[in-house]
Ligand binder design. Sequence first.
Ligand code: COA
Length: 385
Amino acid sequence: MSVAVGIHDLSVATAAHVLDLDLLAAYQGVDPAKYHIGLGQDRMSVPGPDEDIVTMAAAAAQPIVERVGAENIRTLYLATESGVDQSKSAAVWVHRLLGLPASCRVVELKQACYAATAALQAALAQVARSPQDEVLVIGADIARYDLDSAAEATQGAGAVAMLVRADPGLVTIEPASGVFTAEVDDFWRPNGSSTAVVDGKLSVSAYLDAIVGAWDDYRARGGVDYDRIDRWCHHQPFTKMAVKAHRALAAHVGAEPDESQITASTGYNRQLGNSYTASLYLALAALLDEDDDLDGARIGFFSYGSGSVGELFAGVVSPGYRTLRRAEATRAALSARRPLSVAEYRELHANVHADDDGDRTVAPVSRGPFRFTGVEGRARRYTRA
Ligand code: COA
C-alpha cells in the first residue's frame, strides 16, 4: 500500500536588515512604481557580516527540530547557490548547530534556484521507501547582484526549512512530476565572484520556456488537468515573475488566467526579495499562512533554476494545516529587520568578497539564534548566539 508523503512543517528565516525599495528608487532616480508594480517588490532583506546561508538555514530549521525532535531525522539536504566552501557542505555546520544525531546523511545541492526541489523529490522518495524516516530539506540563499545594475532591486536573503515525512500535516505531494532542462547562459556566478552575472531578459524567457516544457512533461506523466489545480506557487525571483508565469501557462493550455490563484503566494517574497532556492517554498508559506480555506485544495508548484532546469508538480493541502503553520513567527522575523539607509546598504554590499577566506574575527551584529564568528586557520566558525 502506498503511503502519503509530503511536507509536515515549514519554517522561515531571513537576514538582520531590510532596504525599502522606495529609498533605492529615490537614490537611483527611478520611478518607485517600476519596483512596486513593474517588478512586484517592496523591500529586500540584507544580511549583516555575521550572517550567511549557514546561520539562516539553521535559524529556519531550529523551530522544526524543537517541535518534532531530532531522533527521526535521517537526512539533511541543504540547497543553495550561495555556498561558503568549495568542498565542505554547508549542511554539516547546520547539522552541528541543530544538534542532529550522527546517524544522519548530510549533503549540499546546487542547481541555481531549483536545487531545493531536487532535494524535496529525493526526500519524498526516501520517505516512501522508509516511512519511519524524516528528512529535513532547507533552501537558503543570498541574492546579490552588482550595485547600480538592472538586477539590483531584485536582491534579497532568506531560508525555508521543511520537514518531509509520512502522513504530512501540511501538504501531501503527488507522485506525478514534469521536468525540463535546457543549457542556457541566463544567469551564473563564476568562481571568485560574490555577485551573479545575469542576462535578465533571457532569464525571464528561459523561465517561461521551462514552465511550458515542464507542464507538457507533467501531463504526459499522468499529471492532473489544469482546471483541477486550485492554487499556484511559482518560483519568484520577483513577484511579477509569478504573474508572467501564470499567464504564460494559462495561454499554453488555452485557459483564462485567474490571478487570485497566486495572489496570497506573493506576500512574503514581496517583502523579503529573491531568496533563490527558498523562494518557491516561501511562496508556499505565504499561501498557507494567508489562506484559511485550503483544506483538500490542490496546489501546483513550478520550480525554476537558471542554467536551466524546471520542475512542475502538485500537492494537496492536509485538513487541519492551520494548526501547524507559523505565520506569527514569519511576520515577526520580517518586522524584526533593522531598516537600512542606502549608504549603509551600499557599504554592507561593498564589503562582501567571495575570496575573503583570510583569518579574521567578525563582531556580532545580527540578533538571530546563530552567528558566523569569523575564520580561523582558513576554516569558518559558527556559534549559537
Ligand atoms: N510603473 C510601472 N511599471 C513600470 C514602470 C513604472 N514607472 N517602469 C517600468 N515598469 C515595468 C516595465 O514595463 C516592466 O514590466 P513588464 O516586464 O511586465 O514589461 C518591469 O517594470 C521591469 O522593467 P524593465 O525595464 O524590463 O526592467 P529592467 O530591464 O530594469 O530589469 C529584470 C528587470 C527582471 C530583467 C532585472 O531586475 C533582472 O535582471 N533581475 C535579475 C534576474 C531575474 O530575476 N530573472 C528572473 C528569472 S530567474
